[in-house]
Design a protein around this ligand. Structure first.
Ligand code: SF4
Ligand code: SF4
Ligand code: SF4
Length: 891
């Protein structure tokens, strides 16, 4: 980029070609006020506040849109400039209501601040008044467009960053304003309630309903969102021990200025009246409040009365790393059992099982910020916009920059609108699709031979297995035309760097491990691994599911995936924990439930999970848990599962404790306490430590989670360089083996964790349950943007319930018409395992023959229907495909 020298206020300054006058002035700390400008948005020069004087031409020009040119001489504060700025502010004030004293924007109003800085003491222009009725249709956002100054920031933010286009300019002349299509309420538009426009509005025209009294906040704490695996940073604003608002931390690298609706507005659950505030003991079938000593003594004496293999611990992907570490240490060191697992079994166990075989480690290979720079993105089995909204923004950023997006999904999800190619495969046919693409790449000589020769092994055996995937077979199996498959293969192989993103549409199958391996084969074949904006990128579901895995809340590994069956590793932990450890791998959750059903597991200590909504075939799971002799549940609400417990221990929410979460890109980040625990609740690490001490354990006497992290670092090579002190400056991506190591944004860059990347031959296996005469439709399940997991938290947020109030059955209009079902009608969905009543939503998003439900709603629990058939390697159930029939609900 060429150097350009100009003069500003008499000083010679150099900038780069393409910079604007405003950019150069800001870079040199020369103040120029702005209103419509925002560094992340396309400049428009609409408000004219950034006017400067061009001394050569004598003209006043908008500095935000005028590029620097050699020889330019600029004055930023001449009398003409100041007078013009004053005049523009007065024009805005002439149209602005005099409601400053009662405006929620308070002293954060940029217009008021500007008027004061420019010493505007009167408005010389005729007062013009327009009035728009308040739009408070959205549960979180209020629009009072009478106060709008038409800066356009909200519109550009919605279009350019959020990619939603819910609002645009409407009307002409004096009546122009930002409006939804047909000028209806925000609730009736495509708005996804992300609140970005509100955070961008310089005046009080857009405001958060929840943060009315923001100006009175007494503390602001930076922490991490408790919902999905993106791991967005946010500030919690508090007053009188109450969270009164959430805002983004623009300086962080994960989400910048953006948050999704759950992160920005989904925090009411913290103060919900149903929070558990004291331990409960079930006596004669009724819960009665108990003291901590009573409850923990009972739990300790009960758990002590069982043999190791009769016990199990279910840990939580919602809890911090430190809490998961303590939970698995408690299971292993105190209960002597490796029966410890968590919900990763139900979402990404195949990722770990598959990528370990191919690469040697099972985690996202690249970083979120790299996605925006990819030339091709293959998004398979991920409804990213709903499940990982911030990653979806990166995908849209890449497409805006010219990347080709290939979406492989049976449903016409939002990303299809952005795609170059949509491969609408039959649910469960992903191995055929990915192997078909691999065959085209091999047959057409599009492989990266140099990469394979140097970095990979077992290509010949893999090539042989491709013989079973000629494109006619693949087309018949997947339902995707073969020329589309070939085009996708060519784009993926040649438009480099290419990145694969996947989520549970790949993993939740009885052949989920094969699906994951198929993505790894494709990446190695084309050399799209170990480099920026490439890789195989599993998008993890819950806020700390990556961390719970890293911490060894798994039946076969200690923290850092160190095998319990390895004598040397076990000896290391025995020495550190001062105990003798059980060398036999334990049971995964899915098998714990079966063992409980058979009476082999007799007692479970369950932390922050709700298997009565998340397990497949819930009826079976409920019967299994009812057969337990002792169940202790630690949670923040009395969940469906907690109702079955003998003892309930009240834990705290993310806002009430310190710790760390590890997001989907392996970034370990600090969770910070913003308020004191509600009632008599305690952070989960404290509860488990107290229990451990009560059962005679050593090594449970921590005073702060930072000490737990020090122990983790001392025993876990990939976390070896991580400490709270280092995390103060932002997150660190593992592996981070030493205190000097900067962290690892890209895995496998020099060599694979296992040495050579291994091609693994595959064969096609159909789903375990396919439609037939009795059950002619396929049910597939997934997530909604507005709720999370089993709804334990989001269903306690009133506004989220307004935006999505119930579970629906999405069905194609052609299927509905054959069944005589109308939109909005209550229907029964019936599988071999049970039946669920829910409202039908007729939509082309679901293809003919496929119905879709979310699993967030206890009133219509989709997992009553799903198939518990397991992937033989990863033991994950086949949530994504089961056979059902849909009937009118005659009741
Ligand atoms: S809340 Fe988000 S989606 Fe809705 S109008 Fe504002 S920026 Fe657009
Ligand atoms: S609503 Fe706010 S952000 Fe949008 S144009 Fe008006 S003043 Fe600007
Ligand atoms: S994208 Fe995920 S982590 Fe980010 S704000 Fe939304 S729910 Fe929270």
């Amino acid at each position: 980029m060429g150097k350009v020298t100009i003069t500003i206020n008499g000083s010679r300054l150099s900038g780069r070609d393409g910079m604007t006058i405003l950019n150069l002035a800001q870079e040199n700390n020369i103040p120029i006020p702005t209103l419509c400008h925002h560094p992340l948005l396309t400049p428009t020069g609409a408000c004219r506040i950034c006017l400067v004087e061009d001394e050569n031409s004598g003209q006043l020009i908008a500095s935000c849109v005028t590029p620097i040119t050699p020889g330019m001489a600029i004055k930023t504060d001449s009398p003409r400039v100041l007078e013009a700025r004053r005049a523009f502010v007065e024009l805005m004030l002439a149209e602005h209501p005099d409601s400053c004293l009662v405006c929620d924007k308070g002293n954060r109003c940029e217009l008021r601040k500007l008027a004061s800085e420019l010493e505007v003491s009167q408005v010389r222009f005729k007062r013009l008044r327009r009035f728009y009725p308040l739009d408070d249709t959205n549960p979180f956002i209020e629009r009072d467009l009478t106060k709008c100054i038409m800066c356009g920031r909200c519109i550009r933010a919605c279009h350019e960053i959020q990619g939603v286009t819910a609002i645009d300019y409407a009307y002409r002349g004096f009546d122009i304003k930002p409006a939804t299509p047909q000028d209806r309420g925000l609730i009736d538009s495509a708005c996804v309630s992300c609140g970005l426009c509100v955070s961008m509005c310089p005046v009080g025209a857009l405001s958060d309903k929840s943060t009315r009294y923001w100006s009175k906040e007494t503390s602001k704490v930076q922490t991490i969102c408790p919902y999905c695996g993106c791991g967005c940073s946010l500030y919690l604003s508090t007053r009188d021990q109450k969270i009164i608002g959430v805002s983004s931390c623009p300086e962080n690298s994960v989400n910048g200025i953006s948050l999704c609706v759950k992160g920005r507005y989904g925090f009411d659950f913290v103060h919900h009246q149903d929070r558990l505030k004291t331990p409960l003991i079930k006596r004669a079938g009724e819960f009665t409040p108990a003291t901590w000593d009573e409850a923990l003594d009972l739990v300790a004496s009960k758990l002590s009365s069982y043999k190791a293999d009769e016990l199990a611990v279910i840990s939580s992907a919602k809890c911090t790393n430190e809490e998961n570490y303590i939970a698995q240490k408690f299971a292993r060191a105190i209960l002597s059992t490796n029966n410890v697992d968590h919900c990763a079994r139900l979402c990404h166990a195949p990722t770990v099982a598959g990528l370990v075989q191919s690469f040697g480690s099972g985690a996202m290979t690249n970083s979120m910020a790299e996605i925006g720079d990819a030339s091709c993105i293959l998004a398979i089995g991920t409804n990213t916009t709903e499940a990982h909204p911030i990653i979806a923004l990166e995908i849209k950023r890449a497409v805006d920059k010219g990347a080709k997006l290939i979406v492989a999904n049976p449903r016409e999800i939002d990303l299809v609108r952005w795609s170059h190619l949509w491969l609408q495969q039959q649910p469960g046919s992903d191995v055929a699709l990915l192997m078909g693409m691999a065959k085209v790449i091999v047959d057409e000589g599009l492989v990266d031979k140099a990469f394979i020769d140097e970095r990979c092994e077992n290509l010949d055996a893999f090539k042989k297995s491709l013989e079973g995937f000629d494109l006619d077979f693949v087309e018949r199996t997947t339902g995707v035309p073969k020329d589309k498959i070939a085009e996708a293969a060519r784009v993926y192989a040649t438009d480099r760097p290419s990145s694969i993103l996947y989520a549970m549409g790949i993993t939740q199958h009885s052949h989920g491990t094969d699906n994951v391996i198929a993505t790894a084969n494709l990446a190695m074949l084309t050399g799209n691994i170990g480099k920026p904006s490439t890789g195989v990128n599993p998008l993890r579901g819950q806020n700390n599911v990556q961390g719970a895995c890293d911490m060894g809340a798994l039946p076969n590994v200690y923290p850092g995936y160190q095998a319990i069956a390895d004598d040397n590793i076990r000896a290391k932990f025995e020495q550190a924990w001062c105990c003798s450890l059980n060398p036999t791998p334990g049971l995964p959750i899915t098998e714990m439930i079966n063992a409980a059903y058979r009476g082999e597991i007799k007692a479970i200590y369950l932390i922050g999970e709700n298997p009565l909504l998340s397990e497949p075939d819930i009826t079976h799971a409920k019967e299994a848990l009812e057969k337990l002799e002792f169940l202790v549940v630690q949670d923040i609400f009395l969940s469906e599962t907690a109702e079955l417990a003998d003892v309930v221990l009240p834990g705290t929410s993310f806002a009430e404790k310190d710790g760390t979460f590890t997001n989907t890109e392996r970034r370990v980040q600090r969770v910070r306490k913003a308020i004191e625990p509600i009632g008599d609740s305690k952070p989960d690490w404290q509860i488990t430590c107290q229990l451990g001490r009560g059962m005679g354990g050593k090594g449970f006497d921590f005073e702060h989670p930072s000490q737990i992290m020090d122990e983790i670092a001392s025993l876990t090579p990939s976390y070896g360089g991580i400490s709270y002190q280092r995390l103060e400056d932002g997150g660190l991506q593992w592996p981070c083996p030493t205190p000097e190591h900067p962290g690892t944004p890209i895995l496998h860059s020099q060599q694979f964790t296992r040495g050579k990347g291994r091609f693994i031959p595959l064969e096609y296996k159909p789903p375990m349950e396919l439609p037939d005469k009795e059950y002619p439709l396929i049910l597939t399940t997934g997530r909604s943007l507005y709720h999370f997991h089993t709804g334990t938290l989001t269903r306690k947020v009133e506004g989220l319930n307004v935006l999505k109030k119930e579970g629906e059955v999405e069905i194609n209009p052609r299927d509905a018409s054959k069944l005589g079902i109308a939109d909005g009608e209550m229907v029964k969905v019936i599988s071999r395992r049970g039946e669920v009543v829910a409202r039908a939503k007729l939509t082309e998003v679901s293809p003919v023959g496929v119905v879709f439900m979310t699993f967030h709603f206890a009133e219509s629990p989709a997992n009553l229907l799903t198939n518990p058939a397991l992937d033989p390697v990863a033991k994950i159930p086949e949530y994504k495909v089961c056979a059902v029939r849909v009937e009118k609900n005659h009741k």
